[in-house]
Write a protein that binds this ligand. Structure first.
Ligand code: GLA
Length: 386
């Protein structure tokens, strides 16, 4: 072989090695995940906290907006059958309405205990704790000053594959009556297949109870003046938890078969919502926990809006999901698309452990001990059906 051809082969090999290395480095750092997070001023709370808005954008142009007050998702867009991305989560039009109460829990992270604790009381290792009573005789969503009212520290995650936010909040021992200093971390990731992934982590320094969830209300029509009764819902659950007058589970795990609670085959939310049924009366509609079949991260529910073609699938590793049909929406606030937030203009699928678990030993435990790590994951994935 001639010297020049040997030189050419060596040059080619060097270039190839350099090229391969470059490719490997690129896949490690994912610089685009940071470029796809914009930070802007959102508002100032009455306590003087300056609230920022973090906008995540994926390669399709889907956007999720999150604020560092309550970890609230203020906007989330999803494609319709014509490829149009529109906001599909309910929310206020004025920042101060999130800061001053947010009694609907619009878009918020919920903790320490999502859903209800009967009589706002529970016993742990022989000690009885009284927590904030903010829902008749019960405690709801961690108390009046639950995590939905807190200032969360938010940092974009540098080396993530997709735009990701890391939210942290440390709840003091005794906050809202709950024992133990609880350090909570939540990751919001917007993937390129139009999914919002939410990962929760928590650690405590004393035995406590934890049940974290996300309280976004969805209306896949993109028009918040329309009700969600025409959305078709499927829940992969053969059983649900009947409740008493104050929405505390009775302890029974009841088969849905033959009842308005049967969503095993997709049907419009409005189909049976006004049926003459004691449980629907107690809930003023659907406001119950279903027990999705199976365990581990699995697809538990699917919602389809025929007019827009939008589909939302919910995956979680939690044992329960609260399907709430927006029964307390009362038309007091203006929506982001005009008009008022009337009854049933949004629905929630809040993935979680069962309500009142601290008082119901037959339910999966919500106890967290020092040295243990609470971990849970939920995915809301959007697509279209033509
Ligand atoms: C949850 C509860 C409902 C209601 C809403 C917020 O979904 O189960 O009863 O309190 O939150 O309005």
């Amino acid at each position: 072989m001639k010297k020049t051809s040997i030189n050419l082969i060596i040059l080619f090999a060097v270039l190839c090695i350099f090229g391969c290395n470059k490719k490997e480095n690129q896949s490690k750092t994912h610089p685009t995940s940071m470029e796809n997070i914009q930070i802007s001023e959102y508002g100032v709370t009455s306590k003087g906290d300056s609230i920022k808005k973090f906008t995540l954008t994926n390669k399709n142009g889907m956007k999720v907006e999150v604020i560092n007050f309550g970890g609230i998702i203020t906007s989330l867009t999803a494609p319709d059958k014509n490829g149009k991305y529109e906001d599909v989560v309910l929310g206020f039009t004025r920042p101060e309405d999130y800061f001053n109460g947010n009694s609907y829990y619009f878009g918020a992270l919920i903790g320490r205990y999502g859903n209800r604790i009967a009589n706002a009381k529970f016993t742990l290792e022989d000690k009885t704790y009284e927590v904030d009573k903010n829902d008749g005789p019960n405690s709801l969503h961690g108390g009046k000053e639950g995590f939905h009212t807190k200032f969360w520290n938010i940092e974009p995650v540098k080396d993530a594959k997709f735009p990701t936010l890391k939210l942290t909040y440390t709840s003091a021992d005794g906050e809202e009556g709950f024992p133990g200093k609880l350090t909570t971390t939540v990751f919001y990731t917007l993937t390129d297949d139009d999914a919002l992934e939410i990962s929760y982590e928590a650690e405590t320094d004393k035995p406590t109870v934890v049940n974290l969830t996300q309280h976004s209300y969805f209306n896949l029509s993109g028009n918040f003046t329309k009700t969600i009764l025409d959305h078709e819902l499927q829940i992969n659950a053969d059983k649900f938890l009947p409740v008493n007058e104050t929405l505390i589970p009775t302890g029974e795990q009841k088969a849905v078969k033959g009842s308005p609670f049967d969503f095993t085959v997709s049907k419009p939310i409005g189909k049976d919502i006004n049926a003459d049924d004691d449980q629907l009366k107690k809930g003023k509609g659907y406001d119950h926990n279903w027990i999705p079949n199976g365990s581990g991260l699995r697809s538990i529910a699917k919602v389809y809006h025929p007019e827009s073609g939008r589909v939302m699938e919910v995956l979680t590793d939690e044992p329960g999901v609260q399907f709430y049909s927006g029964n307390f929406l009362d038309g007091k606030f203006e929506t982001k698309t005009g008009g008022k937030n009337e009854l049933r203009t949004g629905f929630c699928l809040e993935t979680q452990h069962f309500p009142d678990s601290p008082n119901q030993p037959s339910f999966p435990s919500t106890e967290l001990k020092p040295g243990q790590k609470y971990q849970s994951k939920t995915i809301y994935k959007f697509s279209v059906k033509k």
